[in-house]
Design a binder for this molecule. Structure first.
Ligand code: ACO
Ligand code: ZN
Length: 490
């Protein structure tokens, strides 16, 4: 009997030894309540043994990377272990992310008819709308050739050279002892303050910060962000909620707060209505703040690689005011000059504020700026899963709002062209078309494209709009667009 037990123990140990990077096996997910306990297939990304405690870092194959986690051996179904095959690669967390996204926009019904003229060059919806299974979002022009200046990071909060190398810059064998100016990348131009990343290495695939404290919130990061290594071994990183400086202890934060006089983000307050404000921050003039903002944002943005040259960007930080100051809720970044007419590079609502409508408020604000510029715009691709959901929802509501309020002309059915929708909303034509198609609103009827809206979908839309309590009020925006192309420098 005793021998039997001993044998089993040896057997289990041997199996766990075989659980190495690249293996796949069912793992019990922690976020699901017990009754819905699920054992999705996961890939082992790393393993560690500290003080005799063995842990595995797992990525759930069909789920977004933000759910990756360290697990104890009792959550592994080792008997179903699959060894890595040579031809098997973890699917890259891709792009417009529908792959990672479980929630989808519900289908709507159509009936009540509203007439629509599609742009002339559109021969059929399928041809124009990506009948080959492509979304307009996958169309990107190369923006190569534009050089970025190398930058010196601020001496007080330098990013560790090792991370600089591993992240977006050059892969050097001799990592310099002190931070060096980063050479402009040789690869095609990176278009965001956090450029899209596909070649993830194992360091950047594993979350490195356990918890951050920002103002009154403790937040669990979702992804890797290249904070200095000494902050990756402590349980909480403290961040000044106004200047975004990061420190290793509450004591350091308290000391910092005696010196830091900021009660709002730097830059100009260009919008205020009730307690909501927007500050415009120039990535060149407020480099330190902008870099700290990017580092913070990276904790919640997976598909972007940090790019330390913040000069070409403006950052629009949304805050909520109380007597203690203007608290950061979220932000978006925007290139000063975008050859592809992107009006947003990265967008983020901090987790404590998510799912309350702030994301849509940020998006609405970005389009309001485009309206002031007299342009249409679109978010930089790829979109994350949540980014796609939020944009789809914003586009749908904005377009439906226009359609629902169209008045009949001379007793005829109301008419509107796609171009008119673009002009009214500043939403790019491809996004308008893909939204109409996604909502399944376009029909071909008696030689014409028509939009049909059912009373039910109008009611659903009206109910959704009634829930959108906070809206951008253009009258409260005090801003004049700058033509950065005409300026000598950013
Ligand atoms: N699950 C399901 N639906 C969601 C979720 C979620 N977790 N989060 C947002 N949504 C939906 C909402 O239901 C809402 O749609 P609805 O009104 O039709 O119901 C819509 O998305 C927008 O919701 P908001 O509350 O306005 O958005 P939120 O404040 O949560 O911010 C954002 C959305 C900015 C995408 C946020 O999730 C975030 O910061 N995520 C991490 C960073 C990120 O992925 N950014 C986008 C990258 S793409 C780019 O940068 C261009
Ligand atoms: Zn500060």
């Amino acid at each position: 009997m005793a021998d039997d037990k001993e044998n089993k123990k040896i057997g289990l140990k041997t199996t766990l030894d075989m659980v190495v990077e690249g293996c796949r096996l069912p793992v019990k997910m922690s976020i699901l309540p017990n009754e819905e306990e699920e054992w999705p297939l996961a890939e082992i990304l790393s393993r560690k043994e500290e003080k005799g405690k063995l842990e595995f870092y797992v990525h759930y194959i069909d789920f977004n990377k933000r759910l990756d986690e360290w697990v104890l051996p009792d959550r592994l179904r080792v008997e179903e272990l699959q060894f890595p095959r040579k031809d098997q690669k973890t699917p890259q967390k891709q792009t417009s992310s529908a792959a990672n996204s479980r929630p989808t926009t519900p289908d709507r019904e159509l009936q009540l008819s509203k007439k629509l003229s599609l742009p002339e060059q559109t021969s059929s919806p399928a041809a124009k709308l990506g009948g080959q299974g492509q979304t307009p979002q996958s169309q990107t022009k190369s923006n190569a050739g534009r050089k970025r200046k190398a930058i010196f990071l601020d001496e007080k909060q330098d990013l560790p050279p090792a991370y600089c190398n591993s992240l977006s810059l050059q892969d050097s064998q001799d990592a310099p002892a002190t931070p060096q100016p980063s050479a402009p990348p040789q690869q095609p131009r990176q278009t965001g303050s956090m450029s899209s990343s596909h070649d993830e290495n194992i360091i950047t695939r594993i979350k490195n910060i356990e918890t951050i404290e920002l103002g009154k919130y403790r937040i669990k990061p979702w992804y890797f962000s290249p904070y200095p290594p000494e902050l990756t071994t402590i349980s909480i990183v403290f961040i000044c909620e106004f200047c975004l400086k990061y420190v290793k202890s509450r004591k350091c934060l308290e000391r910092h707060r005696t010196k830091c006089t900021l009660r709002h983000p730097p830059g100009n307050e260009i919008y205020r209505k009730s307690t909501i404000s927007f500050f415009e921050i120039d990535g060149r003039k407020n480099k330190m703040y902008s870099q700290n903002l990017c580092l913070l944002a990276k904790l919640f943005l997976d598909h972007k690689t940090l790019y330390y040259d913040t000069d070409p960007f403006l950052f629009y930080v949304m805050t909520e005011y109380d007597i203690k100051g203007f608290h950061i809720v979220g932000f978006f970044s925007k290139e000063k000059e975008s050859t592809e007419d992107y009006n947003v590079a990265c967008i983020l609502t901090l987790p404590p504020y998510q799912r309350k409508g702030y994301g849509k408020l940020l998006i609405e604000f970005s389009y309001e700026l485009s309206k002031f510029e007299g342009k249409t715009g679109s978010p930089e691709k790829p979109l994350s899963d949540l980014g796609l959901l939020s944009y789809r929802s914003y586009w749908s509501q904005t377009i439906l709002e226009i359609l629902v309020n169209l008045k009949p002309e001379n007793g005829e059915r109301p008419q509107i062209t796609i171009n008119e929708i673009c002009e009214l909303t500043s939403i790019r034509k491809e996004d308008v078309i893909s939204t109409l198609q996604h909502l399944n609103l376009i029909n071909y009827y008696k030689g014409q494209y028509i939009i049909t809206l059912s009373q039910e979908s109008i009611d659903t839309h009206n109910r959704a709009m009634a829930k959108r309590k906070i809206r951008i009020d253009a009258k409260c925006l005090h801003w004049t667009p700058k033509d950065w192309a005409k300026r000598g420098k950013w």
